[in-house]
Design a protein. Sequence first.
Length: 228
Amino acid sequence: MRVTILSLFPEMFSGVFKESILKRAIQKDIIKVDIVNFRDFSTDKHKHVDDYAFGGGPGMLLSVEPIVKALQSIEGFETAWKILLTPQGTTFHQNTAKEYTKKDHIILICGHYEGFDERVRYFIDEEVSIGDYVLTGGEIAAMAIIDSVVRLLPDALGKKESFENDSFYDGTLECPQYTRPQEFMGYTVPEVLLSGNHQEIEKWRKEQALNRTKERRPDLLSKTDKKD
């Protein structure tokens, strides 16, 4: 998979791609990441990429021209899936991440300031938000989306089941998990997990995942029911 990021602050990504799963995915050629600073495509002598809004109002808007020129500079941008990161977009979910794994090339456009010139929307395929809150820019959202997608790609994790048992993957939260010591300050590991009976262990885990979801996130079960 190829991932291209359009950002005014490329250095924000320097640490993210040098650690953990994302680092290994790049080293194993599972993903190829490019970061484009769309300030480089400004026609302003001072390299400004924002301006005051027509009609007045607070804040500055990102101009359409440098963003579109940056997009057009990317090889294969016509067929890439172009994502505008904005609070006005549809909310990113685990199923969104699954859909993105089917794309050969995604482009993530990180906003800043008060927003975008509306005409940017004519050049993208989708608008996405990672939640109902406002960030300073789209860089953190881009990091979250990339991390969520990459862990689903073949060979990105050590074992296939590493993500299939994650919260949200099948519409429920993850079941309780335990490791050594078997007893800690009076708190013990459930006996079923020590039984060696894998069929009973799997049954227990599914029941616990369902119960935890009913208790903490019943809205997830409602979404699953609607899909069915």
